[in-house]
Design a binder for this molecule. Structure first.
Ligand code: UDP
Ligand code: MG
Length: 320
């Protein structure tokens, strides 16, 4: 199999036929018309007629494969399941709502096969979504994602992306992590990541499935990924360092408080009671904080110690 097109969908009954036909047309009229490909639909718990439409289409179209979740698990779960099923050497994901154009497929495919990219991420340079709700927040969010991930992508969360097979088989998506597949792949050691400007269109039917909470969740996930990528295998290095620092400052402050009091006492000079000094409270807080950070670090180590994959590394090559 050369190409798998993975499409996750939630209540997109009106779009599915049009989308499937358009995919077939785009491939059969292009330079990749002879490739062997499959279209994998992941029905993410749709409550409309989507599944009937898919099973009806699958009767006469052997390219179509499909999985239906019993309930809605989210796009990341759907893509993960689609990735596991995919047999193609190249995997292309796209949204089911006709906002992504299948006409991009041949070029995306070529960029993976011929130019040797691991990931080609779509960039909706001209975007047809609500300006206030999506376009502007998305710019801000992509800027943050660029800074944190170190990936120079303008549109990390674009639904239209192409992957080399190894990439999708190697990474794990869950929760809302579909937004950061390139970042996850980078953490897994894939570095050949680029982007391609893609055509974007207005949503033709139905409505967007993601509300405003996308931004809060997106930001939290970004922080998690950053942390896991940097310290996932050694949490003590973050918390231990902070703990040491806080503890050290606390000890120094305590020593200062004690010596000033002792010195004043021995010379018979007046001095403020220890519990009246701001420094005393600062010392107290830093000591407790330092101790707690240490504990967090140890707990983190215990957790990562008991994890199944703590000694799982991404192996690229081996000889003999
Ligand atoms: N989607 C999904 N599960 C969900 C939410 C969305 O599979 O829980 C699908 C949806 O059907 C569409 C794609 O993910 O094919 C992108 O969703 P949407 O168009 O609502 O996002 P937007 O384009 O507004 O960012
Ligand atoms: Mg959409």
């Amino acid at each position: 199999m050369d190409l798998s097109i993975v499409i996750s969908l939630l209540n997109e009954e009106e779009s599915l036929r049009e989308l499937t036909e358009w995919i077939h047309d785009s491939i059969s009229t292009s330079h990749i018309k002879d490739i062997e490909y499959e279209i994998i639909f992941i029905n993410d718990g749709s409550t409309d007629n989507s599944w009937n439409v898919i099973s009806e289409m699958a009767k006469s179209d052997s390219h179509i494969k499909a999985i239906a979740f019993r309930r809605n698990y989210g796009k990341a779960a759907a893509l993960h399941t689609g990735f596991a099923k995919a047999e193609g050497n190249v995997i292309i994901t796209m949204d089911a709502d006709l906002q992504d154009s299948p006409e991009e497929i041949p070029e995306l495919y070529r960029m993976i096969v011929e130019d040797g990219w691991d990931i080609v991420s779509g960039w909706k340079k001209k975007r047809y979504d609500n300006v206030l709700m999506k376009n502007i927040p998305s710019k801000l969010y992509n800027w943050t994602a660029r800074k944190v991930s170190g990936l120079k992508l303008h549109d990390m969360n674009c639904g239209l992306k192409a992957y080399r097979k190894d990439v999708v088989k190697d990474i794990e998506l869950y929760g809302d992590m579909h937004r950061y597949v390139p970042f996850i792949a980078k953490n897994a050691g894939y570095t050949r990541i680029t982007e391609k400007v893609v055509i974007h269109r207005k949503r033709k039917y139905g409505h967007s499935k993601f509300g405003l909470d996308r931004f809060v969740h997106g930001l939290l996930d970004l922080m998690t990924l950053w942390f896991l990528g940097k310290f996932g295998k050694k949490p003590m290095h973050v918390f231990g360092f902070g703990g040491l620092l806080a503890f050290f400052i606390g000890i120094i402050l305590t020593l200062i408080i004690i010596t000033t009091k002792l010195v004043a006492q021995s010379k018979g000079l007046p001095f403020r009671p220890v519990a009246d000094q701001p420094l005393f409270y600062i010392a107290l807080v830093t000591l407790i904080l330092g101790f707690q950070m240490f504990l967090t670090g140890f707990l983190g180590e215990l957790v990562s110690r008991s994890s199944q994959n703590r000694n799982e590394y991404k192996i690229k090559d081996a000889i003999r």
